[in-house]
Design a protein around this ligand. Structure first.
Ligand code: 6PG
Length: 474
């Protein structure tokens, strides 16, 4: 089937993302050898590729795929994360040599990517892991690409990655984040922020739906209006769109027909787990992951409603304005991103990665799910003051000074009327904690010393091993 043609790159895995990525590469002028374990999927893909089929070479075996590639060969894997990636690397290895390159473009756990990169260094086939964001449309027309690898492996893939990536004012949204699993780590944090941003939007929707009795369509109009201001972003835009669609079957608003149990493939959870390992506080992201878990426990929620009665009460007229809700989301969003970037900086120090936070913000400006009008200013702020919490950058401190009162009022009003707002509350909790010079952890230290003689620092004397006058005397 390869027809004696030579391909620039190979791609294994023709699921939705792989198929779209292959078409994107072909459209940018690259000849792509494609392979899928189930051959009928390859045939269907070729049949649907239209004119681009001329730059696609369908391969029925891995051997054919490899023999079709011009050396040094590069093979992109777009297969489900986990064991399938290891299986594909094992299947490719006998046919490749150490001038070749395997690129995992799936949503891998970065620890797996670290392991695979270490294996490659120890004599395996050169390997790099790249995070690709933007869903189906992004993969087809321009995703954001977060690469992990060496300068050399990145340089080898850069012509393809830069060509297929989204562009922000002409600049490709693709960059090398660092070695080994650095690209997949940054993609994981991207997804953590994605979860948090989606959750605070869902909470604002809940206040409008249950507190203000807005129809789905009315909520959609509010989101669309907000998309013209500081909140301008892909997630706000699509929230406006999904809210105004009707279900073709019932003609009811689509949102009212969709069950209230959120799915998750695990990247948000990985972000939370890693943040705990690193001691990095990402409370809004953690609240968002927990909220998805709580959403999944529909039976418990139904039981809770029958024991305690329904919360989410209607708000009194004038209790909250749409402007305040918008302000709450602006402040909440800044806190989400600030936590994500702080986690990246923490990981950078811990793993010795020197992750380029301004470049990360630049890469996220287009193509990815969390693209937002704020990211350009975030890139400048992170450039101007590296290793400083994004909330303290002058531009974002000004936003917060303007909108924290709204976040505080929205969270307080929602809680008073029994609306669940775990992520918005986490955002105000984080903000208030991070602007409190004298925290209440002196009480924790005193308790620890009382029950375990763990010792504490004093504010007036050096040393870490002071004890209180409560020693246990046997
Ligand atoms: C992206 C997305 C994508 C992710 C989906 C589903 O950047 O394109 O993050 O990679 O897989 O959004 O994620 P969940 O199933 O975990 O919600």
């Amino acid at each position: 089937m390869a027809d004696g043609k030579t391909a620039d790159v190979g791609l294994i895995g023709l699921g939705t993302m792989g198929a779209m990525l292959a078409l994107n590469m072909a459209e940018k002028g690259f000849t792509v050898a494609v392979y899928n374990r189930t051959t009928s999927v390859t045939h269907e893909f070729m049949a649907s590729a239209g004119d681009l089929a001329a730059r696609l070479i369908a391969c029925e075996t891995i051997e054919t795929l490899v023999s079709t590639l011009a050396p040094p060969r590069a093979v992109v894997l777009m297969v489900p994360a986990g064991k399938v990636v290891d299986d594909q690397i094992a299947a490719l290895t006998p046919h490749l040599d150490d001038a070749d390159l395997i690129v995992d473009a799936g949503n891998a756990n970065f620890h797996d990517t670290n392991r695979r990169a270490a294996h490659a260094r120890a004599g395996g086939i050169p390997f790099m892991g790249i995070g690709v964001s933007g869903g189906e449309e992004g993969a087809r027309h321009g995703p954001a690409i977060m690469a992990g690898g060496t300068q050399d492996t990145f340089a080898r893939m850069a012509p393809i990655l830069n060509a297929i990536a989204a562009k922000y004012e002409g600049a490709p949204c693709a960059a090398l984040m660092g070695p080994d699993g650095a690209g997949h780590f940054v993609k994981t944090v991207h997804n953590g922020i994605e979860y948090a941003d989606m959750q605070i939007i869902a909470e604002a929707y809940g206040i409008m739906r249950d507190g203000l009795s807005y129809s789905a369509e009315a909520c959609g109009e509010v989101f669309s209006k907000w998309n013209e201001g500081a909140l301008k972003s892909y997630l706000i835009e699509i929230s406006g769109k999904v809210a105004t669609h009707l279900d073709p079957q019932s003609q009811k608003p689509m949102l009212d027909i969709i069950a209230d149990r959120a799915g998750q493939k695990g990247t948000g959870r990985w972000t939370a787990i890693e943040a705990q390992h690193l001691g990095a506080p990402i409370t809004v992201i953690e609240a968002a992951v927990a909220a998805r878990n709580m959403s999944a426990q529909a039976q418990v929620r139904h039981a809770g409603e029958s024991v305690f009665g329904r919360g989410s009460e209607p708000l009194a007229p004038g209790a909250l304005s749409l402007g305040e809700l918008e302000g709450a989301l602006i402040a909440g969003k800044i806190v989400c991103y600030a936590q994500g970037f702080a986690l990246i900086e923490r990981a950078s120090a811990e793993f010795g990665w020197a992750l380029p936070t301004p470049t990360i913000a630049q890469v996220w400006r287009e193509g990815c799910i969390i693209r937002s009008a704020m990211l350009n200013d975030m890139a400048s702020a992170l450039e101007a003051a590296p290793n400083t919490n994004l909330m303290f950058a002058p531009k974002f401190a000004a936003y917060l000074n303007a909108h924290i009162p709204a976040l505080r009022k929205v969270a307080a009003t929602a809680i008073s009327a029994s609306h669940p707002v775990p992520a918005l509350s986490a955002a105000i909790g984080y903000f208030d904690t991070m602007r409190t010079a004298r925290s209440t952890a002196n009480m924790i230290q005193a308790q620890r010393d009382f029950f375990g003689a763990h010792g504490f620092e004093r504010v007036d004397q050096p040393g870490k091993d002071h004890h209180g006058p409560w020693a246990f005397n046997g």
